[in-house]
Design a protein around this ligand. Structure first.
Ligand code: SAH
Length: 455
């Protein structure tokens, strides 16, 4: 928090948010299943540090906690009364553009709602505008708490990419922050669906409760009582097991079935699978490989590598490397896992990975998982035609994956079997598809040696 100016006439409070990706990921983990499996921050390059995203909304709620609740012990009358306010958000990600920003803040009592689109690149105006705007709000009729609550809800709504898993109590949070302005807002539906990350069941619940609030407000009833009554009636939905957990379970089962002991996790990311592997003593040597140093740093912290006992530490190694290059360090292992990795490579680079893994490292078993694009229509939160992750270079249908896998198996002397991961939809299949490759020992001599070695 900075106060660039603090005088009798005017005070400016500037909140600068520095995003600590590592801390965020660790906190997400602390909540157990609360962490989103594909958290925006797991991506490598993004706008989070530079834009007023949903992260800023969370920061607002923490830094201005009492102000947000309209509490000021020293000057309670100040907090309770409207005051002249000017709010500036220099870089606001706005899905829906400046027009939507005006629609959202317009009905909320400001005298000025200025949303100015920012150019994609100031030096190349011909490239047009970005999806970011500079927002200035001015007014005299609002309490500071009103302004903060509006921002708390509307920043993530405009950002439209919440960074944490939406939990059932989000509805309560939304209703609390929306008190006095959301129930009667003309864009209430959009606000609730986006705020709740398009989880339809939650959005419906919020919507029904808000409608009751609106009716109660119109009738002059005590809003709180109505709200509590509805609260008790509405059943909170059970949270499904995250897909990432299903995936790890399927991979572990495949590795166990293959009798693998020394395992490579290629593109290990933040080390969740490595962590699971460590729990089972049959996996005697586990190597996590990733091109991203940041991911490896997070993985090392997750595993507490620095505080690990000697025996455990001897079982696990994290190494940096690119799978697009042949790497001697990867030779001689029982199995390799490529979990949600191939789709991160540009298609023309994929044959290089195929050679590095199946041709050069050549473990006996290779487990590959990748999204099944056919399933995308079943994701409530996924706009039509979008891939699941900003960094996915492609997502395949089941037929495409099978064709690719069969060709790779054929070329490098493997057999391959397929399995669905996650709820298998009769029409579009499961959300994740898995291929388990087993080396068939194309050259007879190798096969004998292999058998001897295993015996
Ligand atoms: N296997 C993990 C992470 C998947 S995300 C899981 O299932 O959750 C994809 C990972 O692949 C990222 O961590 C990314 O850094 C890594 N990756 C992408 N391209 C790579 C490459 N060429 N070489 C090594 N790792 C790569």
């Amino acid at each position: 928090m900075f106060y660039p100016e603090a005088g009798m006439e005017r005070c400016t409070a500037a909140l600068l948010l520095e995003v600590d990706a590592v801390a965020l990921v660790r906190r997400g983990k602390g909540k157990g299943r609360g962490g989103a499996p594909d958290a925006a921050l797991a991506q490598y390059v993004n706008d989070r540090p530079y834009a007023a995203s949903s992260l800023l909304a969370v920061a607002l709620a923490q830094v201005f906690k009492t102000a947000l609740h309209g509490v000021c012990r020293a000057l309670p009358e100040r907090a309770a009364a409207p005051m002249p306010l000017r709010i500036e958000v220099p870089v606001l990600p706005a899905r829906g553009g400046a027009a939507l920003v005006r629609e959202l803040f317009g009905p909320l009592g400001w005298t000025t709602v200025d949303a100015e689109p920012l150019p994609l690149d100031a030096e190349f105006p011909e490239w047009g505008d970005s999806r970011y705007v500079r927002l200035v709000l001015e007014g005299e009729g609002l309490r500071l708490a009103d302004a903060l609550n509006q921002l708390y809800v509307l920043l993530p709504v405009l950002d439209d990419a919440k960074h944490y898993w939406v939990a059932p109590d989000e509805v309560d949070k939304l209703l609390r922050a929306g008190e006095g302005w959301l129930a009667a807002h003309p864009r209430r539906e959009l606000i609730t669906t986006r705020y709740l990350s398009r989880r339809r069941s939650l959005a419906r619940e919020a919507s029904e409760r808000l409608e009751l609030v609106r009716l109660a407000e119109a009738d002059g009833l005590d809003v709180e009582d109505v709200d509590n009554a509805v609260d008790e009636a509405s059943d909170t939905e059970e949270r499904p097991v995250p897909l990432a957990e299903h995936r790890r379970a399927a991979i572990l089962a495949a590795l166990r079935a293959a009798g693998a002991a020394r395992v490579l996790d290629l593109g290990c990311g933040q080390g969740q699978l490595v962590q699971e592997l460590l729990k089972d003593v049959r996996f005697t040597e586990i190597v996590g490989v990733d091109v991203s140093v940041r991911a490896l740093t997070v993985a090392a912290r997750r595993l507490r590598l620095d505080r690990m006992g000697e025996r455990q530490a001897a079982r696990v190694k994290l190494v940096q490397g690119s799978l697009a290059y042949t790497d001697k360090r990867l030779g001689g292992y029982d199995a390799a896992v490529l979990s949600e990795v191939i789709e991160h490579l540009d298609l023309p680079r994929l044959p290089a990975l195929e050679y590095a893994v199946f041709g050069a490292a050549r473990p006996r078993t290779v487990v590959v998982t990748t999204p099944n694009v056919e399933y995308n229509v079943r994701w409530e939160s996924l706009p039509a035609g979008h891939v699941r992750h900003g960094d996915h270079r492609f997502e395949w249908t089941r037929a495409e994956f099978r064709a690719w896998a069969a060709a790779v198996a054929e070329r490098y002397g493997y057999g391959v079997e397929f399995a669905p991961v996650g709820a298998d939809d009769p029409e579009v299949g499961a959300p994740t598809q898995m291929g388990v490759f087993t080396w068939t020992g194309a050259e007879a001599g190798n096969d004998e040696k292999e058998k001897e070695g295993r015996a």
